[in-house]
Design a protein around this ligand. Structure first.
Ligand code: AMP
Length: 225
């Protein structure tokens, strides 16, 4: 299965992703995570990326498309993938389609998480991340057992440098202007699945996704017969 998952920042894409990848035995590819890893390495490219991410802006299509292409070319993507945070605009969506077509493949589903603005803002400014295992917490919704420390690996939790109110507002605006149009693009292709991203438990979000994927899959396979 090949999926993309989209939605405004902090709509829960990263938290629901592990459930999806486990269910369908596919790889999770997060472009935001790939950028953050490059930043951590402290390379020249990493420094450039940090400036862009810290302003809440999008990285250029050229760089992002190429990074995704190289990642999808690797063997571990053969069984399918969940692309999280890509595509971020219509051009990237078209790039992905062209790439897959070239390989004789196609995208099965585009999952779109829909969430309310006030919830998104609290999730963004309250988000804390474990530096070791990447587990997400939130000071408003999902506190760790011990303040500021990961339940799983006892490491200090940190705030992402792009999780400030100002940047949250900027990222939301960019989402609405640049990313939201891809929903229509996938709707027209008949593969869009809209899911409620306001739920507290990511597992419940996953159950909605699974139900919608399975129902649509059945419908599509009946049509093909
Ligand atoms: P995310 O982890 O998906 O919230 O992404 C964090 C940041 O990485 C975004 O605010 C962008 O600056 C950058 N980013 C992630 N994915 C993309 C993409 N597909 N195109 C451009 N920039 C991206």
């Amino acid at each position: 299965m090949r999926f993309i998952i989209t939605g405004p920042p902090a709509s829960g894409k990263g938290s629901v992703a592990p459930f999806i990848t486990k269910e369908y035995n596919i790889l999770h590819i997060s472009t935001g995570q790939m950028f953050r890893e490059e930043i951590k390495k402290g390379t020249a490219l990493g420094l450039e990326l940090k400036k862009i991410l810290d302003q809440g802006h999008l990285v250029s299509d050229e760089l992002t498309d190429e990074m995704v292409r190289q990642r999808l070319n690797q063997d571990d993507c053969k069984n399918g993938f969940l692309l999280d945070g890509f595509p971020r605009n219509i051009n990237q969506a078209k790039y992905l389609d062209a790439y897959l077509e070239e390989k004789g493949l196609k995208l099965d589903f585009a999952i779109a998480l829909v969430a309310d603005k006030d919830i998104i803002i609290k999730r963004l400014i309250g988000r804390r991340v474990c530096q070791t295992c990447g587990k997400n917490y939130n000071i408003y919704f999902t506190q760790p057992k011990k303040e500021g420390v990961c339940d799983l690996c006892n490491t200090k939790l940190v705030k992402r440098s792009d999780d400030t109110l100002e940047i949250a507002e900027a990222r939301l605006q960019i989402y609405n202007e640049e990313t939201a149009p891809i929903l229509k693009y996938y709707e027209e292709k008949g593969i869009l699945l809209k899911v409620d991203g306001n739920l507290k438990e990511s597992y419940d979000t996953f159950l909605q996704i699974k139900e919608k994927v399975n129902a649509k899959w059945l419908l599509l396979s009946q049509k093909e017969k």
